[in-house]
Design a protein around this ligand. Structure first.
Ligand SMILES: Cc1cc2nc3c(=O)[nH]c(=O)nc-3n(C[C@H](O)[C@H](O)[C@H](O)COP(=O)(O)OP(=O)(O)OC[C@H]3O[C@@H](n4cnc5c(N)ncnc54)[C@H](O)[C@@H]3O)c2cc1C
Length: 449
């Protein structure tokens, strides 16, 4: 019997809660702490962001699901961990601040035997002046952002229908961004919508990315195997851009976004300005700002968190040179060193290093994708294993590309078609799996035993 606290109810936290609610013996307790009332199937926000899906299709209320499972749900954000207890109680604790209407701002320290940190990313729009929905660009990172972005897309499409020519920019809002795959998918969704509206010839559509090459996706590229043939993601992706007439600017660090203008530096050290009528640019990710304290109140955050705020786990953080990086540097238990009762899963754990080749511009600006942490990596790290064997698993599988340096034996096998139509159905299928199956709980489980 144990008291388990899970921080975050996203892909990894919710997965952990579902599994634990089935597996724990009676008498144990599970408490989930998460600031939003809704769960968001984030991967389908790229469909909300072009108006193809309603926000309500990618959201569901967490409280009723957890009520049925016997899981305590606090709509609150965690602010600090006391891993060795405090001066009044030796049991470890977490400080939370409620966000639910009626209790907003109230604080509480809850005690745990085991803690899972699944707090995901902080969307760090502030790292680039003018970036983000509160600045001068758009986002699809949350359902609300995506709804707003769809409205803006509709507006520019209407203007093009009236004969105007428009420039649309989609991509990464900083040199160290991750999640290139999402921007890549979104730019082709936009391309599709422009064609469907009959205005593609009025649009200049540009993919602006920190990847040095197309097809890098934050993992240094991939090799697809199909029918005995091997194709690099670079070749495959470049040909897709050519076919659809989408321009690409690679190796770019966005320095500033002004109304209608994005300023960026490229790997050759040159500075550029690109005027736009619509810009969806993803932010860099960091940790959510959790602190950690010793019982006497001493701040010990730097012993548990990397400088970017993500939690250190059983990875190799020695900072060895690029040519010595190995797959084995990555975590296997996701347990925090020296703490046998704390894990960090999903985006919340600190990666040991990039996977893409580290690069700097001629001026010394870092322009390298941070490692992609896809949903499946998060599900897997939350204790699940997506063994569906379907296209869904393939899209969700974390990709480690270079077998010599990263000898995981994993290949990504999906065809161009699956990125388009069946990519859509894959996302929908997973979305419905989470929503409807979760509603059918107890008795349902994501992974076949
Ligand atoms: C537009 C987009 C499209 C994507 N498409 C794909 C795709 O097709 N395939 C794929 O595999 N991956 C995709 N991803 C990546 C995928 O969404 C992430 O890998 C995944 O959501 C990470 O899961 P997580 O649980 O770590 O974080 P999240 O899902 O972000 O969940 C984090 C949770 O923690 C909560 N939280 C935040 N702060 C606190 C706090 N202080 N205390 C407590 N809780 C807190 C949040 O509210 C949230 O509930 C996409 C990402 C984006 C942005």
């Amino acid at each position: 019997m144990a008291d388990i606290v899970i921080l975050g109810a996203g892909i990894s936290g919710h997965t952990a809660a579902l599994h634990l609610s089935r597996k724990l013996p009676p008498g144990s307790t599970i408490t989930v702490v998460s600031p939003n009332a809704d769960w968001n199937w984030i991967p389908s926000n790229i469909w909300v962001g072009v108006g193809r899906m309603k926000a309500k299709k990618v959201l569901f209320k967490l409280a009723p699901v957890y009520r049925r499972l016997g899981v305590t749900f606090h709509q609150a954000k965690a602010t600090a961990i006391w891993p060795d207890g405090d001066e009044t109680d030796q049991r470890p604790g977490v400080d939370i601040e409620f966000t639910e209407p009626g209790r907003a701002g109230q604080t509480q320290r809850i005690r745990y035997d085991f803690l899972i940190n699944a707090t995901g990313p902080q969307l760090k729009f502030g790292m680039t002046p003018g970036l983000g929905p509160e600045g001068n660009s758009l986002s699809v990172c949350t359902a609300d952002h995506a709804v707003h972005t769809a409205e803006e897309l509709k507006r520019v499409i209407e203007e093009m229908k009236q004969g105007a020519e428009r420039t649309l920019v989609v991509g990464m809002g900083h040199g160290i961004c991750t999640c290139e795959g999402a921007a890549f998918e979104y730019v082709f969704n936009v391309d599709h919508e422009l064609r469907a509206a009959g205005v593609r010839d009025k649009a200049r559509l540009i993919y602006l990315t920190n990847e040095a090459d197309l097809g890098d996706f934050g993992v240094g590229g991939m090799v697809f195997k199909q029918s005995g043939y091997e194709t690099t993601s670079k070749l495959w992706t470049e040909s897709l851009f050519r076919e659809r007439g989408v321009e690409a600017i690679v190796g770019a660090h966005v320095e500033k976004v002004e109304p209608g203008a994005v300023h960026f530096e490229t790997l050759d050290g040159k500075h550029h300005t690109l005027n736009f009528d619509f810009a969806m640019l993803l932010p860099p990710f960091g940790g959510v700002g959790l602190k950690a304290f010793a019982p006497d109140g001493t701040d010990i955050s730097d012993t548990m968190f990397a400088p970017n705020g993500l939690m250190k786990v059983d990875a190799d953080y020695s900072g060895k040179p690029y040519d010595q990086w190995r797959a084995a540097d990555w975590p296997s238990t996701y347990q925090v060193p020296g703490r046998d009762n704390i894990w960090a899963v999903g985006i919340a754990f600190a990666p040991p290093h990039q996977i893409s080749t580290p690069r700097k511009s001629a001026n010394g600006t870092v322009i390298t994708p941070s490692p992609a942490k896809l949903g499946a990596a998060c599900v897997a790290s939350a204790g699940a294993d997506l063994r569906t064997g379907s296209a869904a698993a393939m899209v969700m599988v974390p990709v480690v590309p270079d077998k010599e340096r990263f000898p995981t034996g994993r290949d990504l096998r999906y065809t161009r078609g699956e990125i388009g139509l069946s990519g859509h159905w894959t996302k929908l299928a997973l979305h419905y799996m989470f929503i409807y199956k979760a509603k059918a709980l107890p008795g349902w489980h994501l992974i076949p035993e």
